[in-house]
Design a binder for this molecule. Sequence first.
Ligand code: NAI
Length: 467
Amino acid sequence: KKKVQDYVIADISLAGFGRKEMELAEYEMPGLMALREKYGQEKPLKGARITGSLHMTIQTAMLIETLQELGAKVRWASCNIFSTQDHAAAAIAKTGTPVFAVKGETLEEYWEYTDRILDWGNGKGPNVILDDGGDATMFVQLGVKAEKDPTILDKKPGSEEEAVFLAQLKKALKKDPTRFSRIAKDILGVSEETTTGVHRLYQLEAAGELLFPAFNVNDSVTKSKFDNLYGCRHSLVDSIMRATDVMLSGKVAVVAGYGDVGKGCAQSLVGQGARVIVTEIDPICALQAAMEGYEVMNMDDAALIGDIFVTTTGNCDVITERHMKKMKDMAIVCNIGHFDSEIQVEKMKKYKWTNIKPQVDKITMPKGNSIILLAEGRLVNLGCATGHPSFVMSNSFTNQVLAQMELYCNPGKYPVGVYTLPKFLDEEVARLHLEKIGVKLDVLTAKQAKYLGIPKNGPFKPEHYRY
Ligand code: NAI
């Protein structure tokens, strides 16, 4: 009997290239490799059906195979239409793993794939979700809501994206009207990768609508203070340079938002000799930026003088049509935050678009001035480059695997709510990455530990410490 192909990728012949890059990544992902070593025999994730929605890159391929080596079965899709690395998707598909991810897929395809990773056959769903940005979780959450009140799907969509999402939900419910409440019952929890997804989870929790426990992986120190910061420091300029080849030295770069991502982006641009301006709404972050030596001003003023603009806020409407209209001719505009709503791209659709190459467009306004928009306003480091490097993603993904194990191996331990991993695990993740870069730690003496009033082997900091 011929098996039905259970994947959608661009080109299976890229699998060999993907595999070779994964073999290189093994050397840069000591955290994941240590987990394989430690739990590979025991297989603590045996029986886990993990639905994963996270950028299908080489690093993610390494995460997938770690979860599998620990016993899990996975179904995977990218959490962005531009972020897939087709050779990584091919390497994963080649092993028989269901993966639905194509660089440059349409929005319709994106939501269809999200639907497919939640469908484990015979009416079954996943028992754990691994999410980045919360789209897979929202699909289930809204599906359950719509089963009770289908009229919520008839509301006027706020964007093209939302219209496609609502249409896919309708289709799913038409096919199987009780599917979502049925699969939600089996879901032990979700582990969420990023700031924006975590924000959505806390909103659901506050509204009393969260259906299952959730792990906030983002706020492990070894995630947000590394991936968001040093990851973006690496991948922001990489993406602007690959996309435009523009000389960054001497240019005026405007970074909107000075959180973890903004701090990394500002450093990234300074590293290339750009003069950096920061915009903020939070007085603490604005003060940090100023004391770091950046000029801080509002976007209306910055729009007039910037050559390059990067949004890093996780907020909507940060660069508006009004801002873009008054920018210098040929200013470069991009976003590195999770969703494309940071820049008012929809409002620019009425102007003249000239495609320079995939993920690079020139938009010309009626007065004749143009801007260069990267990745259509979607996260630029994964749209125009290859995202963060393996070493930093090993930190993030080691936290992800630990969170998946917490959820799957301890059913009932966590009442519905949002949790972070305990500090001793956070410290353990860091510890696993020291040897690779030649770091040797000092060790507390018994006297010192007593003096500080902390255990000799950690945790070394109280919960309120901010790093
Ligand atoms: P954060 O909360 O630490 O920082 C965001 C900052 O933006 C805050 O300081 C906030 O005050 C500021 N902000 C909000 N509205 C603003 C406005 N209108 N103008 C100026 N500043 C404003 O969040 P974090 O961790 O830095 O993440 C930011 C975004 O980046 C999120 O969407 C997150 O999911 C995403 N992210 C993307 C990554 C990538 O590889 N592309 C990696 C990690 C996170």
